[in-house]
Design a protein around this ligand. Structure first.
Ligand SMILES: [Zn+2]
Length: 366
């Protein structure tokens, strides 16, 4: 079923290639947006009134929990720079947004199906899911055209350039903790969360890279993590870590992980995003290549899909040291206790380290 949806998406992608953003917009939100593009001055006035009204009353971000256990009818990639018709989340004054995906969901007892967009704030990189009619006046989003002004565009361009290499652009004073949840038969490492928990008054920022192969077999553990976030112990950025996270111990690195022959990167990326949303998680703009192994062709595809590859320069179990500005990599799936022990040792020996943890989005807003 998932593969069929991807095939549909690819068909759609071919169909839209080369079309103007305004046409894309019409396909995305046929009603309000198309009206604003084609109407007479009198109707434009009416549209403006609707938009102003929308600014005050609508366009709240939708909690990803709303999609929990709901299969999405449609899930399509988009690359649009749009105006926001309303305020987002905390009422920030963000006026433009990048539409990454169009979602169509059918909720029990509610007809017809409802349209949403997964969007990224081009300044803060923060993602959210909005009703589709919250965006208007879209044009095609080309990162190259905006890399001087929009941090998200800059990070996408750098992502292609560095292709999973070390995070060389980082000149920040924070440290970014990422923990991978690759497929594992072992239990979630709960000590990781208890050691990092600073209480509900100070949510610890962490980024969790989650693979579909972990999600599908650790449902109750996932709910434990979500509860910790809900209660304010952690502020979690969810990173897509691929759907199946392939690995073959007998293959050389250059043909291993997602570079193994026969791997469909689009399935690995989009079906895992769908699975994340199905589990009530909000996908971020980040993707972590399994094994940190990738090539330039895959990195370029990620950029096309609006995703930034997140590498690490402090994979603790590999002997790399934490520095200010580092992206730390440990595993919280029970597979790599060495890395976690080194993290705890660092926390003991470097008391200020805990206060340096920052949101991963910050690492890429250079
Ligand atoms: Zn992994």
């Amino acid at each position: 079923m998932l593969k069929i949806e991807v095939a549909k998406k690819e068909l759609y992608q071919k169909k839209i290639t080369g079309l103007l953003g305004l046409v894309l917009l019409g396909m995305l939100t046929a009603s309000a947006c198309a009206t604003s593009l084609t109407t007479s001055p009198a109707k434009s006035e009416a549209t403006r009134a609707i938009n102003e009204n929308a600014q005050q009353t609508t366009c709240q971000a939708v909690s990803p929990n709303q999609f929990y256990r709901h299969v999405l009818d449609q899930y399509r990639e988009q690359h649009l720079l749009c105006k926001l018709k309303g305020l987002v989340k905390d009422g920030s004054s963000q006026s433009t947004t990048v539409v990454l995906r169009a979602l169509e969901a059918r909720f029990a007892g509610r007809q017809p199906s409802e349209h949403f967009v997964l969007v990224a704030n081009p300044k803060s990189l923060e993602t959210s899911i909005l009703p589709a009619d919250c965006v208007a006046d879209c044009v095609e989003f080309k990162p190259e055209d905006h890399s001087a002004t929009l941090p998200y565009a800059r990070a996408l361009t750098a992502g292609e350039k560095f292709s999973g290499a070390q995070h060389e652009e980082n000149s920040h004073s924070e440290v970014y903790l990422t923990a991978d949840l690759c497929p594992s038969k072992k239990e979630l490492d709960r000590e990781f969360f208890s050691k990092l928990d600073a209480g509900t008054l100070h949510a610890t920022p962490i980024a969790l890279s989650v693979a579909g192969g972990w999600l599908r077999h650790h449902q109750s553990e996932l709910e434990e993590i979500k509860k910790l976030a809900r209660e304010g112990h952690f502020r979690i950025t969810w990173i897509n870590h691929s759907y199946s996270h392939p690995y073959n111990k007998d293959l050389p690195l250059e043909h291993n992980f997602l570079l193994e022959s026969g791997i469909n990167l689009s399935h690995e990326v989009f079906d895992n995003e769908r699975l994340m949303i199905f589990n009530g998680l909000l996908p971020s703009v980040f993707f972590r290549f399994p094994g940190l192994v990738s090539d330039s062709a895959d990195a370029l595809k990620l950029k096309t899909w609006g995703l930034i590859p997140v590498s690490a320069d402090a994979w603790l179990a590999k002997g790399q040291k934490i520095k200010v500005g580092s992206i730390i990599l440990v595993h919280a799936n029970g597979n790599e206790p060495l890395g976690l022990n080194l993290l705890y040792k660092n926390l003991e020996e470097w008391p200020a380290l805990r206060s340096l943890f920052g949101d991963l989005n910050d690492a890429f807003t250079f």
